[in-house]
Design a protein around this ligand. Structure first.
Ligand code: NAD
Length: 256
């Protein structure tokens, strides 16, 4: 099995990388940054997103595992103090695996992929668009923006907006509003909408002055009048320790 290490660019993560590298080599495990079977991510959630986008064209061959170097990290089950357990799990390939569909977004033929969410935002002027669920019109939206996430991204920006947390074993899509205008003239649903994974969401409007954000990245609207978001056929494989628990992850990340 070949490993790559993708780390946050800070001293702590660099040091940890060198330590892990040495331990892997001592354990006769191979390092191959170009064509790994497993990518070891060292850092926080932002680093995890960057690692996934870095290996975006190889997701069918690569699995990801996180070793958290800071205090926050939803994508991480191992922390710095667990290095022995971490190396042992790698040597014995002792993991549970979960697969998740990425989000796919079609912007005038430009296809982008996201792990957490895709969002359209205009914090300065009213953002307006028509929202369609599988070609059926839901509403005309007016506000600061809209966000679509999957189960993995439900605990990220979506959660800050009051969206529901979706258990990671439920492959779903969620549409969440950002500072919606609700008055006598303009109405929209006003709450997050959780949808089956085979739903296609279409947004029709003028996206020219809108920031299209996906994970830690942004992209130009490319004069698109219609943008579609749906669950991609592309999947990501996450490796977790055998005793990992989603509830524990929620508790450690949000409750205490
Ligand atoms: P970052 O590491 O600074 O991430 C920003 C915050 O989001 C961190 O607190 C991180 O722990 C958390 N986060 C990211 N993915 C998560 C997930 N799946 N579950 C729980 N928490 C998660 O790095 P960044 O490059 O700025 O990350 C981009 C991400 O930041 C976006 O995907 C978006 O979800 C998030 N974001 C959040 C807000 C908000 O909550 N108000 C605003 C903008 C962006």
């Amino acid at each position: 099995m070949n490993f790559a290490i993708f780390n946050k660019e800070n001293e702590k993560s660099e040091k940890l990388k060198e330590q892990i590298k040495e331990r892997l080599l001592l354990s006769r495990l191979n390092i191959d940054e170009e064509n790994p079977d497993v990518v070891i991510v060292i850092g926080g959630d932002g680093t995890f997103l960057k690692a996934v986008h870095h290996y975006m064209n190889k997701l069918d061959k690569v699995s990801f595992i996180g070793l958290r170097s800071g205090s926050l990290g939803f994508y991480y089950d191992f922390v710095m103090d667990d290095i022995d357990a971490f190396i042992l799990s790698l040597k014995e390939n002792a993991f549970t695996t979960s697969k998740h569909h990425l989000l796919e977004c079609d912007i005038n033929g430009n296809i982008i992929y996201a792990l957490n969410e895709v969002r359209f935002e205009n914090p300065f002027h009213t953002f307006a668009c028509e929202v369609f669920i599988n070609e059926e019109k839901l509403e005309k939206y007016q506000g600061s923006g809209l966000l679509v996430c999957n189960e993995l991204g439900s605990t990220a920006y979506n959660k800050s907006l009051g969206g529901a947390v979706i258990s990671n074993d439920l492959p779903l899509l969620q549409l969440t509003e950002i500072a919606t205008i609700q008055n006598n003239v303009y109405h929209s649903l006003g709450s997050s909408l959780v949808l089956p994974n085979d739903t296609v969401l279409s947004f029709k409007g003028d996206f020219n002055k809108t920031v299209i954000g996906y994970d830690h990245l942004t992209i130009d609207s490319n004069h698109a009048q219609t943008i579609r978001v749906y669950a991609s056929k592309k999947t990501i494989t996450l490796l977790k320790p055998l005793n990992s628990s989603y509830i524990k992850t929620l508790t450690r990340s949000f409750v205490k």
